[in-house]
Design a protein around this ligand. Structure first.
Ligand code: GUN
Length: 281
């Protein structure tokens, strides 16, 4: 049977509407600083989309577009200035940064209370123990998409392919928090297809076009595709071979229009959370 398509665009629109309504209801004056260094075209598209979402939700966005030659010291100084700026509730430094800048050092310089990506060690650690304020945007968006299916995570076999700090590892934690039985696969995993076939919920965050094929998917599974791969013909494509997997899965996210828009919606939600944390007694 053909899978139900999980409409990330519609779900993200509804999250953004909720955020907008909350901001209007409480009359909040919220600001997000978005920092981009260099002119990576994909990063430029993401940053523009983040700014558009801010506008829609009623969040002020402050863009800092710095040249690729910006030194690490200059970027750290900007982060210090933004940390001290009361108008700025969230700070997002778009990754990747140019090679001469140490990403880790920059992330660690962002105040954990303004770290709307939840990349700072403090926030990563808090996710591990389940005492978190922010969740990283992409895994949080994936969880929303899974919830939208009505499929309970508790007790299910959940397989995450990919172990990055931004997606795979936190995704595994969030599934575990909801009592999933979680397996994390990576390039050294043996019998990958077999492991994936055991999944009731399969999350693909590999970064390789069409990596997950129908023979790796259990009948009726929930398949979440985090991949955004650009093919030679310019088309976007996920990590999942959509045409064949959608004939076998129970639910599947498309690319584009699945996880991508959710990441941005969760960023908006995190920015409101940041404001609240900064205004707590
Ligand atoms: N680059 C790719 N994804 C992300 C993200 O979620 N946040 C930031 N800051 N940079 C990214």
């Amino acid at each position: 049977m053909a899978a139900k398509i999980i409409d990330g665009k519609a779900i993200s629109a509804s999250v953004k509407e909720q955020v907008k309504a909350e901001i209007e209801r409480d009359g909040l004056d919220i600001g997000l600083a978005v920092v981009i260094v260099g002119d990576d075209p994909a990063s430029r598209v993401y940053v523009n989309n983040k700014k558009k979402a801010c506008e829609l939700c009623g969040i002020k966005s402050y863009e800092y577009a710095l040249p690729a030659e910006t030194s690490e010291e200059q970027l750290l100084e900007l982060v210090d200035t933004l940390n001290a700026d009361g108008k700025v509730n969230g700070i997002l430094v778009q990754l990747p940064l140019p090679e001469h800048i140490n990403e880790k050092k920059v992330i660690e310089r962002i105040s954990p209370k303004k770290d709307v990506d939840a990349f700072h060690e403090t926030n990563v650690g808090r996710i591990m123990i389940g005492n978190f304020a922010f969740l990283p945007c992409t895994p949080a968006g994936c969880m929303e998409l899974i919830h939208s299916t009505g499929v309970e995570v508790s007790g299910k076999n959940c397989v995450v392919i990919g172990r990055s700090n931004i997606v795979g590892k936190p995704m595994a934690m969030l599934l575990l928090h909801e009592n999933g039985t979680v397996t994390v696969c990576h390039s050294k995993t043996k019998n990958l297809s077999e492991v994936c076939r055991s999944a009731d919920i399969l999350v693909a965050a590999v970064g390789r076009a069409n990596f997950v094929t129908a023979d790796m998917v259990k009948d009726g599974a929930v398949v979440i595709d985090v991949g955004i791969n650009r093919l030679e013909n310019g088309k976007l494509c996920g990590d999942v071979k959509f045409d064949e997997v959608s004939e076998k899965a129970g639910f599947i996210t498309p690319v584009p229009g699945g996880v991508g828009p959710m990441t941005i919606a969760m960023l908006m939600r995190n920015t409101v959370t940041a404001w609240r944390i900064q205004h707590e007694e």
